[in-house]
Design a protein around this ligand. Structure first.
Ligand SMILES: [Zn+2]
Length: 380
């Protein structure tokens, strides 16, 4: 996510040791008044020997932070995505250090959103020889000023603007949380989100974007006798350059934000191509599939559900565009409350955010698509 994609505080340390299949994060410094409810805590779970997923115990956050998968190869770890903040990345590195003394040899970012790239600099600081990799489309987008303005840069003025954005969002959520007529789940949701965002603002401090130096267009193999990682670009979807990673020996597929659960993100998405890319995901013979956010999936159920959702949006937007309606009018006419209910699992807070995170942005994209206008990353 764009400006929502920046991150918070606490350091995570291995809790149960390297031999277990589960690592939990602890607040840092010790005694810090931070709990999992504040968000931005990673837990490590072993998906297969030598393959670890670092994810939030709570899948949905107003300020998202993406899953990170670590694959141990003979000469070091390959990470798929870098963590949502410098502090988040350092926590993951600490947990990896508890597993093995091997270096991090490569980090692949799935796409340009901050909650996947903001950890790169911290990883490079710890491991100076690390290869940083993305699709060439993602590398181009990360250097586009329309996108770069959302990223911490180390430049005081622009980073102050990001900080003010976060503070403004925190203040708005606190105001909403103080409205006595708001239903209870929305009150507590706003309170929790304000707290999360505040931590995120702290965690982001000192960060500055690094654009991966190494790119690929279609395919790049990070070979290894036991755990090769095949990087692929399957087509536009959530962004213009979504990479996926395939572990052919483990039958594990890492999708980045082509798949996000429980609520997909629609900002700057490419609805028509997204449908095609989802079908291509199904051609992999996976036993486990790791989305960009949310828990591990074992079958194609969620792919089909998301594909149907995109098809529905496109089918409803296209005739309204053909009839000459404005974007505002299309937004008013295409309601997706049943789908919001389904994706949120009936949770009123999540359901209220489905509109903001999915319905409005994907309708805007479908509107452009139907008119034949370009969809530009960071272009609103
Ligand atoms: Zn994300």
């Amino acid at each position: 996510m764009r400006n929502k994609a920046l991150c918070a505080l606490v350091l995570l340390l291995p809790l149960t040791g390297c031999g277990g299949s589960h690592l939990a994060s602890l607040p840092y410094p010790p005694g810090a008044n931070v709990t999992p409810a504040d968000g931005y805590l990673y837990e490590g779970t072993r998906l297969a020997p030598g393959v670890w997923l670092f994810a939030s115990p709570e899948p949905f956050h107003v300020q998202p932070y993406g899953n990170v998968t670590a694959v141990e190869q003979a000469d070091g770890f390959v990470l798929f995505d870098s963590g949502g903040t410098p502090a988040g990345a350092r926590r993951i590195l600490d947990m990896l250090a508890g597993l093995s003394s091997k270096p991090v040899k490569a980090v692949v970012v799935s796409h340009w959103h901050g909650d996947h790239v903001n950890g790169l600099r911290a990883i490079r600081e710890r491991w100076p020889k690390v290869r940083l990799i993305a699709t060439n489309a993602t590398r181009r987008t990360l250097t586009d000023p329309r996108v770069a303005r959302f990223m911490p840069s180390g430049d005081t003025a622009s980073d102050d603007a990001i900080r003010r954005n976060i503070e403004g969002a925190v203040a708005r959520m606190r105001t909403r949380a103080a409205q006595p007529d708001l239903p209870e789940p929305l009150l507590t949701g706003n309170e929790r989100a304000a707290r999360e965002l505040e931590h995120y603002g702290h965690e982001l401090q000192g960060g500055a974007l690094l654009v991966p130096e190494e790119g690929f267009d279609e395919r790049l193999l990070l070979d290894d006798p036991d755990r090769p990682v095949e990087l692929r670009f399957l087509g536009q979807a959530n962004t213009d350059g979504d990479a996926v990673a395939w572990l052919p020996k483990q039958h594990i597929l890492l999708t980045g934000d082509i798949l996000v659960a429980p609520i997909p993100y629609g900002y700057g998405g490419y609805p028509r191509e997204w449908e095609t890319t989802l079908q291509r995901l199904k051609s992999f013979d996976f036993k486990a599939m790791v989305p960009g956010h949310g828990p591990v999936m074992r079958d194609s159920t969620y792919i089909d559900r998301l594909s149907a959702l995109i098809a529905e949006v496109r089918a409803r937007v296209a005739p309204l565009v053909a009839a000459g309606l404005s974007l505002d009018d299309v937004q008013k006419q295409v309601e997706l409350s049943a789908q919001a209910q389904m994706f949120s699992g009936g949770d009123p807070w999540r359901s209220s955010l489905f509109d903001q995170y999915w319905r409005q942005p994907i309708i805007a994209s479908a509107f452009k698509e139907a008119k034949g206008d370009p969809i530009i990353q960071g272009g609103g």
